[in-house]
Design a protein around this ligand. Sequence first.
Ligand code: SF4
Length: 467
Amino acid sequence: MDIIITNRVQVNNRRKTKVKVPSAKTADPLKGKSEKHYLDSYSNGETEEEPPEEPPSRSITFSNLSNLEEEPPGKTVIGRYRLFDDISDKFWNDWKWQFQNRITSINQLGQFIPLSSEEKAQLQLVVRRYPLSITPYYLSLINPDDPDDPIRKQSVPSVLEMTMNTIGLEDPLAEKEDSVVPGLVHRYPDRALMVLTDICPMLCRHCTRKREWRNGGWVRTEGEMEAMLDYLRRNEVIRDVIISGGDPLTLSTSRLESIISRVREIGHIEIIRIGTRFPAVLPQRIDNELCAMLSRYGPIWLNTHFNHPREITPEAEEACDRLLRSGIPVNNQSVLLRGVNDNVETMLKLCQGLLRIKVRPYYLFQCDEVQGTEHLRTPVDVGLKIIEGMRGHTSGLAVPNFVIDLPQGGGKVPIQPDYLLRHNQDELVLRNYEGKVFHYRNPDSNECRGEAVAPASGIVDRFLVVA
Ligand code: SF4
């Protein structure tokens, strides 16, 4: 792990003097790599032919940042022009440039966000265990003057990751135990999860797979990929395949296509789902080439991960729009996080903002009990109160399912505020979102089954027979 961190730091230090954009020759830098060290192939660009552009030296100021919170979602003028004003549109809109220039060391981070020497020293220790990776795009959404900024909390390491590290488990969902072949998790009868890589453009501080970060990054080999596909071919009960990671969209479009096309060839697989946080942390990745490729292998559903309304930027909206126009429905899976979205107002803004960009708020996950994330977890009651505060106060479409993913692979369980006060065979007593109490007649179960109910006279009353 340390070697990889060192490499990243070296690579990104190089960025300060020279920015290289992958050329067509290196468009698929992962292809042919066995497992590891492809991060460097993204980063060092040694075989590149295009003349690198030299960004002018930057002067970073932290002024004019105090009004970020007030800006309405979807209209936020991102901090690109404050922090990256020397970067041309060509680079900024190139997802490979963004990926290559991720902020991966505390010293780099200190150029953008004020950090005291003490903080720097503490965070250097944190990233040895839990590395750091933030795209320039996502960094530009942070208000560097606010230590409690919700975008910062998701991306910038905290010393609490180490001081509270004894709480929780490395793999609370027991994902390793459900792997049938390396990379393929088959927990539910009709669904399977393909984990193609452990690389992500950003390392979210609340990640359930934080344990994988120390492995330094890998992509499944062609042999491993074939073994997964072979299992899928042989198990005809599987009708739904989730392609995830890490983030599978870190693979090049051509590499992804070679995998997705082979999954699509399997007759009994009806649905392909892709789990990715790119629309929120590096929306430039959702380009026309990717969308055109995905549109060839539908039905494909894409699940993404927005946690805060300030993530719904014009760039994110465009990315989701491109997917939708390509026939890819987009659902959102938020994680409930302390200091990020743990109140009704923020979740309302987030979910209503998602609906505005035609993304369905699907799940709100209780943050898993993962080591190094305890400081971001909230009591379950907080989630229940949020759902209670949303239900009835906005369209039902905007209300996600609040879900706990049970430990030891118990699966997802929806948790709802209790609207059913009591019930018996004849009646239910319910409260509505305003707390008013209502009585609801419970239909007779015999009528429901279509059985004739004979009145006392013995004559069947046809009006009681329900077809
Ligand atoms: S994108 Fe998902 S898998 Fe990757 S670090 Fe974030 S939460 Fe973890």
